[in-house]
Design a protein around this ligand. Structure first.
Ligand code: 5AD
Length: 343
């Protein structure tokens, strides 16, 4: 039996087999075929859409890879108001979005308006999911936000190897804290999303194997991955970008391992290659997250260079996306798009 078929049938492999799979491109086509078959089985040709709202680019952290790290003095910082966020939701709702994702840096000042903002979105859009992606918070604060109406939380684990974690983060950030936050979110009842960058500096295939093992333990509802891309104002400015092919391959592996997983074709993937979004879907992704942020926010939320602007304010946003998806036989689903039960 081929290694890929074995992965498909067992939804697992041993360490040695995973490393073999990761190290050789000869498996890529077969991985993609299985991944597509599984996505079709669970989600048909429907792609879920999420409206991304980049609420603040202030961040107290200093991650070596990230363009909005606190030590980058060249960022024009902004913080949206509750009204601006509600406007973005209103615009998105009319376009057909039924999930709003509030994403931002770790910004304690933004936190002071967060509960109120979540409550108001919840009261206005009862049929929508609210996703937060705002970094590490205390158990109590996560709980307060959940009770205010948030349903989902995205927090990439970034890397499951502690040595590697310390190579890409400053000393005050710890793998244990990050992973504990994910367990806290699960415990509270959030649908949890995790993920990592592909080809982040110093990453090895052994690290990627650990990422897979961590995800198998965590059993998240969503996993976001994208290639690492350099940003000119970070310590990693001269590092190499992550690999496009490796990202597609990992999307397929994730789909086969976790058949019902919600997997976005990320902006980073679409930035590294203009076919990225469609190829990501053909490799196993089933979610896209167009940007609903106001224009000034979009142009200042640069985690990496040349970040693609994937949404526009036009009433045609979803129609255009739908037309793009139709070229590969898929279409947008107007729905909250919760995770399906595993058959
Ligand atoms: N390249 C690619 N992805 C990045 N992220 C942050 N900086 C970069 C970069 N330079 C990712 C991180 C973070 C998510 C919001 O964006 O994984 O969790």
């Amino acid at each position: 039996m081929s290694l890929v078929k074995k992965l498909y049938e067992n939804r697992n492999l041993n360490d040695e087999e995973f490393l073999e799979l990761l190290s050789d491109e000869k498996y890529d086509t077969e991985l993609r075929e299985y991944a597509q078959k599984i996505t079709q089985k669970y989600y048909g040709n429907k792609i879920y859409i999420r409206g991304l709202i980049e609420v603040s680019n202030y961040c107290k952290n200093n991650c070596y890879y990230c363009g909005i790290r606190c030590q980058n003095k060249n960022v024009k910082r902004y913080r949206l108001t509750k009204e601006e966020i509600l406007d973005a939701c209103s615009n998105g709702y009319k376009l057909g979005f039924r999930t709003f994702v509030l994403q931002g840096g770790e910004d304690p000042i933004f936190d002071t308006i967060l509960v109120d903002t979540v409550k108001e979105i919840r009261n206005t859009y009862k049929d929508c999911a609210i996703t937060l992606s705002l970094g590490e918070k205390s158990y109590e604060f996560y709980k307060e936000l959940y009770e205010a109406g948030a349903n989902r939380y995205l927090l990439r684990h970034e890397t499951a190897d502690s040595t590697h974690y310390n190579q890409i983060h400053p000393e005050n950030m710890l793998l244990e804290t990050r992973q504990q936050a994910l367990w806290d979110l699960k415990d509270i009842g959030y649908q949890v999303g995790s993920g990592f960058m592909v080809g982040s500096p110093y990453q090895t295939n052994e690290n990627l194997l650990k990422d897979i093992r961590f995800l198998q333990k965590l059993q998240p509802a969503m996993v976001g991955i994208g290639p690492f891309l350099t940003h000119h104002d970070t310590p990693f400015k001269d590092m190499e970008n992550g690999s496009y092919k490796m990202t597609l391959k990992l999307l397929s592996i994730l789909r086969i391992l976790f058949p019902n997983l919600l997997i976005p074709a990320t902006t980073a993937l679409n930035t590294i290659n203009k076919e990225g979004r469609l190829q990501g879907i053909l490799s196993g992704a089933n979610v896209v997250m167009p940007n609903l942020s106001p224009e000034n926010a979009k142009s200042n939320y640069n985690l990496y260079d040349n970040k693609l602007i994937t949404g526009n304010e036009s009433a045609k946003l979803v129609e255009e996306l739908n037309n793009e998806l139709k070229t590969i036989g898929y279409e947008v689903e107007v729905a909250r798009g919760d995770v399906k039960k595993l058959f």
